[in-house]
Design a protein around this ligand. Structure first.
Ligand SMILES: Cc1cc2nc3c(=O)[nH]c(=O)nc-3n(C[C@H](O)[C@H](O)[C@H](O)COP(=O)(O)O)c2cc1C
Length: 190
């Protein structure tokens, strides 16, 4: 059975959680896929100390012993990873940024080439483009095949109408691409 790991940068089960739950429901119509949710707010991830030991000597030599190794292992064990973050001050949340800082080693030695990723961001009004753009760089640099980027203005999405239809079409497309990527293992990033 294929496994999807959801990494949530939101401190709550709110708008972005609702979007990922829609994807989980849709993917179950396509086949058997196991979902696991990892809420970064519940994880112990210290700030990078900037020693560069991970780059020079290997990530196992990082002096910080916290949840980052557990998260890395969950990512390695998954076939797909969905990264979610609300827009906070026109970009992703600090917990997502902190995760990428601590995994910067993998931007230099990417190891997720056979894995498929989606990004989801939700907002009150602004910052969708900036946040999706921000998320894409580390995810692609770590080797993931980024098959879909979903940006949602939460209040507009909650009302039936043309905006909801457009977002739902994007969610449908991204869900199918994630599922097919995991099944067919077709590389997408060069
Ligand atoms: C600290 C903070 C900063 C935010 N910054 C922005 C922003 O720059 N632009 C915006 O339109 N909404 C902003 N919002 C609103 C959230 O992006 C929005 O409510 C989002 O849908 C919440 O998603 P969640 O329920 O998954 O956490 C901010 C909210 C908080 C709490």
């Amino acid at each position: 059975m294929k496994k999807v790991l959801v990494i949530s940068g939101s401190p709550r089960k709110g708008d972005s959680y609702r979007v990922v739950k829609l994807i989980e429901k849709k993917i179950h119509d396509l086949g058997d896929v196991e979902f696991e949710y990892l809420m970064l707010r519940k994880c112990n991830i210290e700030y990078c100390r900037g020693c560069l030991t991970c780059m020079k000597k290997g990530e196992d030599r990082c002096p910080l012993k916290d949840d980052i190794q557990m998260i890395r292992d969950k990512m390695l064990n998954a076939d797909g990873v969905i990264f979610t973050s609300p827009v906070y001050v026109h970009t992703a949340t600090a917990s997502i940024k902190n995760l990428f800082d601590r995994m910067a080693y993998y931007l230099h030695r990417p190891c997720f080439h056979n894995k498929y990723a989606l990004t989801i961001t939700t907002t009150e009004l602004s910052g969708l483009k900036e946040t999706l753009h921000y998320l894409a760089f580390p995810i692609k640099s770590m080797g993931f095949n980024l098959v879909g980027e979903i940006g949602v203005v939460a209040s507009a999405f909650n009302e039936p109408g043309p905006y909801q239809d457009v977002v739902m079409a994007n969610i449908d497309r991204a869900t199918k691409d994630l599922y097919q990527g995991m099944i067919i293992q077709k590389p997408i990033n060069p």
